[in-house]
Design a protein around this ligand. Structure first.
Ligand SMILES: NC(=O)C1=CN([C@@H]2O[C@H](COP(=O)(O)OP(=O)(O)OC[C@H]3O[C@@H](n4cnc5c(N)ncnc54)[C@H](OP(=O)(O)O)[C@@H]3O)[C@@H](O)[C@H]2O)C=CC1
Ligand SMILES: C[C@H]1O[C@H](OP(=O)(O)OP(=O)(O)OC[C@H]2O[C@@H](n3cnc4c(=O)[nH]c(N)nc43)[C@H](O)[C@@H]2O)[C@@H](O)[C@@H](O)C1=O
Length: 320
């Protein structure tokens, strides 16, 4: 699997590390992890300070900062409804951000870059669990094909720079994530934060019912974002290969099971009502993360503990 010798990352705590998207779910978790590990020279820019979709601004930033390591956790991100409603934003902004960051990092001496994609890169009816080599073997899920095409281009860009320039660019494909600093928007978020907020608000108002989208039958694999951050650091240190790596928990639940579990964690006592006018999306997307496991990485947080932890954070930080 290895193509280039890995640039050692972990022992070098004063290394200049640019975490793009550090105020988001994933970026914030990576910053927490790197800070816990003792990294002292993180370079961070909010969207307002640096719009990564603007090529000349990104070039100027890299010329001036010259980060040694780059983790790309900035992207236009959203759940099934947002992906389906704003296809132009999802393809254009993501292509712009990743192209600008990857190219500028290479041109300004970054030693190693990790690009994050998503499990939606795989065909809608991929074999389950989905191995890395299922990429580009069939049609994509229509609700998120625009985002998926951008993410596939990101993987290919890392591979192309690796091949042509012998540059250490790698890609990780996380499954559906959740945790502190998630997006709890009622329509544009992913299922887990959407349901947490809806159940919580229903409990507070004493509502008798909560509406859940789709049929409840799709299966999803969830990973706590602290586990993902741990995997990101692990890949930065241990992996240097052409192929992207899946990052999952290996455990899947139906949306109905997730909703029942959420109801219990939040303490909502009413009923669930299914809105089948909303799309189900991919029927199943359990990833095969055995390649990452064979390198020595395993997830630690169970869905039940992760939900309880995230609800505690929600009560303390969002529901003010
Ligand atoms: N959440 C999930 O379930 C999954 C996420 N991923 C991947 O992980 C990565 C991070 O996702 P996640 O943390 O959930 O997303 P979030 O939306 O929580 O965070 C994305 C971050 O990127 C920033 N950003 C967006 N556009 C720009 C821009 N033009 N310039 C500068 N910064 C920008 C956002 O800032 P602002 O909010 O100010 O715009 C935000 O801080 C993405 O690549 C995503 O594909 C992969 C699989 C699942
Ligand atoms: C991470 C991944 O995220 C997106 O794909 P998705 O997995 O389909 O994401 P989702 O979390 O939005 O939905 C999961 C399931 O849950 C159901 N569902 C029920 N009730 C709500 C609800 O209230 N909100 C949402 N969003 N979904 C709901 C919903 O109908 C669907 O069946 C991609 O677009 C893609 O960008 C991507 O990579």
């Amino acid at each position: 699997m290895a193509a280039l010798s890995s640039n050692s990352f972990l022992p070098y705590k004063s290394a200049k590390v640019f975490v793009a998207g550090h105020r988001g779910l994933v970026g914030a978790a990576i910053v927490r992890k790197l800070t816990q590990l003792g990294f002292t020279n993180l370079v961070l820019r909010s969207h307002a300070e640096l719009d990564l979709a603007r090529q000349s601004d990104v070039e100027a930033f890299f010329v001036s900062e010259k980060p040694e390591f780059v983790i790309v956790a900035a992207a236009k991100v959203g759940g099934i409804h947002a992906n389906n409603t704003y296809p132009a934003d999802f393809i254009a902004i993501n292509l712009q951000i990743q192209t600008n960051v990857i190219d500028s990092a290479y041109r300004n001496g970054t030693k190693k870059l990790l690009f994050l994609g998503s499990s939606c890169i795989y065909p809608k009816f991929a074999p389950q669990p989905i191995p890395e080599d299922a990429l580009l073997t069939g049609p994509l899920e229509p609700t998120n094909e625009w985002y998926a095409i951008a993410k596939i281009a990101g993987i290919k860009m890392c591979q192309a720079y690796r091949i042509q320039y012998k540059w250490d660019a790698i890609s990780g494909m996380p499954t559906n994530l959740y945790g502190p600093y998630d997006n709890f928007h009622p329509e544009n978020s992913h299922v887990l934060p959407a349901l947490m907020r809806r159940f919580h608000e229903a409990k507070v108002k004493g509502a008798k019912e909560v509406v859940v989208w789709g049929t409840g039958s799709p299966l999803r694999e969830f990973l706590h974002v602290d586990d993902l951050a741990d995997a990101v650091v692990f890949m930065m240190e241990k992996y240097s290969g052409l192929e992207h790596l899946n990052v999952g928990s290996g455990k899947e639940v139906t949306i109905k099971e997730l909703a029942e579990l959420m109801k219990e964690v939040v303490g909502f006592e009413g009923d669930l009502v299914w809105d089948s006018t909303k799309p189900d999306g991919t029927p199943r997307k359990l990833m095969d993360s055995s390649k990452l496991a064979s390198l020595g990485w395993t997830p630690k947080v169970s869905l039940k503990d992760g939900l309880a932890d995230t609800y505690k954070w929600y009560l303390e930080n969002v529901n003010l």
